[in-house]
Write a protein that binds this ligand. Structure first.
Ligand SMILES: Nc1ncnc2c1ncn2[C@@H]1O[C@H](COP(=O)(O)OP(=O)(O)OP(=O)(O)O)[C@@H](O)[C@H]1O
Ligand SMILES: [Mg+2]
Length: 330
């Protein structure tokens, strides 16, 4: 039998719709069984996981383009229905409180409106890569029971200003018609038109156009813009948002929490957390999570049930190494 912890982890990953974690926990159960001499059961579980993986569609499978009779939005926006909950995020109390406040205001929107007030809904998320900005947009959608509408900036930004403005118009029209969380991810891509040979004036016009739409928008949709770069954004931008939330790399306690959440099916009782936290310093949440997955894979393949300090330190070190050899994001 799988342990109670393993079963809980399996159920949690299923209800969160986290297929990767679900498979990882199932493989961990297989390893656990193998280590107890139940080779046949372990193989059956592994085969089932393999089979499930083969029939699965590619990533983002739940995303479908919003169909419109005129088709203007096709390719501009992708809709999905995330199930990530706020409790899945490992974040500081202050960021958590800000997100909770937004969710509460959305849920109590009618009450606010009946008093002539509107819920906060234009949000700018700023911070280093892999710290949960995109995840926050998914959480807002799931917690407010709204679709997540991912604006495809690369399709939106054309080298012809008139075209870009027309496309933005379609997206902002959709916000009125279909209430949802509209995510302008990697928002700094608007600034990336610079590398396409456009002059600074051109970039400014795209940005101004966005700001005008943002200012005029009085839909009930939530608009989320996410960026890595605080410095490149000007003051005019900040003023247009109801809230600016800043994300940071995980601190020691968050690193520990992330690792415990991710390796929940393993015995971690022997871990020296101080050493692990030192090895993880400077890594993002996403990198710590990926390192844990590396560690889980290695442990499953070697049939280990417990993960030790040196295992975690090694996979964290590998991630850190990748960070310095990989071309940095802009
Ligand atoms: N705060 C967090 N808590 C738990 N897991 C996280 C957190 N941040 C990131 N992750 C993990 O890392 C993955 C990637 O994070 P996400 O896409 O939200 O980062 P991001 O801040 O949007 O990065 P980028 O700037 O590169 O777009 C998430 O799907 C999740 O698995
Ligand atoms: Mg992101």
């Amino acid at each position: 039998m799988a342990t109670a912890e393993q079963l809980k982890a399996l159920l949690r990953s299923h209800s969160d719709g986290d297929d990767d974690l679900f498979r990882s926990v199932a493989l961990q159960i297989a390893a656990h069984q193998a280590s107890r001499g139940h080779e046949r059961l372990a193989k059956e579980i592994r085969d089932l996981v393999d089979k499930a993986k083969r029939v699965q569609q590619p990533a983002g499978r739940r995303a479908v383009p919003i169909a419109r009779p005129s088709g203007e939005l096709a390719g501009l926006v992708l809709a999905s229905y995330p199930s990530t909950r706020l409790g899945d995020m490992v974040i500081s109390n202050s960021v958590k409180a800000r997100i909770e406040e937004i969710i509460l205001q959305q849920r109590q929107g009618d009450l606010l409106r009946s008093h002539g007030l509107t819920p906060k809904r234009k949000l700018l998320l700023v911070g280093p890569p892999g710290c949960g900005k995109t995840m926050t947009a998914s959480v807002l959608a799931a917690e407010c029971r709204l679709p997540l509408l991912f604006v495809q900036l690369h399709s939106l930004i054309s080298k012809y200003m008139g075209e870009t403005a027309a496309k933005l118009h379609h997206v902002f029209d959709a916000m009125v018609e279909t209430r949802g969380v509209y995510l302008f991810d990697e928002f700094d891509a608007i600034g990336a038109t610079r590398s396409a040979g456009n002059d600074v004036g051109e970039i400014r016009r795209v940005l101004n156009s966005f700001l005008q739409f943002l200012e005029r928008d009085d839909s009930e949709s939530i608009i989320v813009a996410a960026t890595n770069f605080m410095d490149t954004l000007d003051d005019a931008l900040f003023r247009r948002f109801d809230d600016v939330i800043t994300y940071e790399l995980p601190d020691g306690e968050q690193i520990r929490q992330l690792i415990q959440n991710r390796l929940t099916a393993f015995d971690l009782s022997g871990i020296e957390w101080e050493d692990v936290v030192t090895a993880a310093r400077g890594l993002s949440h996403a990198e710590v999570a990926r390192a844990c997955d590396d560690g889980a894979r290695a442990a499953v393949l070697s049939g280990a049930r417990a993960i030790h300090t040196e295992d975690v330190v090694r996979v964290l070190g590998n991630r850190d190494g990748m960070k310095t050899t990989r071309p940095r994001k802009k």
